[in-house]
Design a protein around this ligand. Sequence first.
Ligand code: HEM
Length: 486
Amino acid sequence: EWQTPNLLEARVVRQLLKQRRPVGFPPGPTGLPLIGNIHSLASEQPHVYMKRQSQVHGQIFSLDLGGISSIVLNGYDEIKECLIQQSEVFADRPSLPLFKKLTNMGGLLNSKYGRGWTEHRKLAVSSFRLFGYGQKSFEHKISEESMFFLDAIDTYKGKPFDLKHLITNAVSNVTNLIIFGERFTYEDMEFQHMIEIFSENIELAASASVFLYNSFPWIGILPFGKHQQLFKNAAEVYNFLLKLIERVSQNRKSQLPRHYIDAYLEEMDRNKNDPEFTYSTENLIFSVGELIIAGTETTTNVLRWAILFMALYPNIQGQVHKEIDLVVGPNKTPSLEEKCKMPYTEAVLHEILRFCNIAPLGIFHATSKDTVVRGYSIPQGTTVITNLYSVHFDEKYWSNPEVFYPERFLDSNGQFVKKEAFVPFSLGRRHCLGEQLARMEMFLFFTSLLQRFHLHFPHGLIPNLKSKLGMTLQPYPYLICAERRY
Ligand code: HEM
């Protein structure tokens, strides 16, 4: 489809008009014609760029993402003011062409703020309780998964290897139990492939060429580029999930849901006469995909960073070993009941979440109405970026934030203390719905791993400590030796 010169001109003029800042809008860095500030985001880690810009333009500033009018919120006070004090106004998601194409703004995580989101979030929350942590046996199931995980590590007999795939499998299996009522073995290549290409999409979503697609969706007709790879992956994931959902919902019995899928289909049946009801097979597939990836990508990366830092700081690892030996001992399976007696281990996990910023920009929000924040006018439909990294490195709340220091979460008696400006799961209506599950998993996997193993880098060689660029931050692949302690 070739564009005639006139049509192209009209598009350029329209794009330039879109780029003008509305009256009363926050100031921000000057962008280039057409692409605005997109090129700056491609040149360094976006969250670092944004924190630096906040020192020039203020804690709330504007960015032009190629005609997509956006504001960036930096610092704890500013994020709280918007996501808590004006929680409804800031609870929407932007209608970006990428999300529209992928989920038609349905599902759960990317859903517009309205009836669809409310109905999908409610069922997910109640299913997590019903088939997850509300069951007494659920902790035991996580421990069982962590035993499979440790036994798989044992097969390497202390030789160097990359833990990424094993952690991904183990972590996703905890969500799989809730959603599908079953786990997948570590040899299940089909499931692993699905997670792999899904996770590749999270990386692609942060690439400059995909940002460009959001501004100029007509580049979608080009047969090459990262957006094409992204759409191809998304279609493959969709078909995989559709088949899986069909399989696990066979033999479904009314009023006896066995897992999230059953519960969703049951609700869909019950409301089939309500034309406004938002459940559909499509929205089920989108929600399932979102729950799987939101739970796996994040928790896996926390554990990968935690292992990296334990090998990097042997004295910190030693203190965790000491606490585990004292409270749990060498033979018993660690349990959540013991968490309150293990403040040092808790402090280490919290410092990993603060320092490593797994989701540095959270998930993009949007305003559902016109509003005013700190004197600035923000129109409805503005994209809102929450720079959670800037909160974790906010000098007002943290001393020497650039230092990895678990003791900042301990009082003078060595007891664990909560910190207000600790927001890895974000705040407000859209805050992470898997927080409780993630906390259980992180604690149980981490303590059972360190109960059995001593972790070190092969030949003491320290790997690259930088994070890869993406919507979530993960370490570059690294090798580790897990040596049995007993
Ligand atoms: C350490 C692990 C995790 C971290 C750091 C994390 C972080 C986040 C963050 C920052 C958000 C964005 C909230 C916002 O829009 O303001 C979010 C949303 C979300 N998370 Fe998590 N998450 C984790 C684990 C999980 C798990 C285990 C699940 C489920 C299995 C999950 C499911 C979701 C969902 C569904 C949303 C979207 C909520 C909505 O739009 O209403 N997350 N998470």
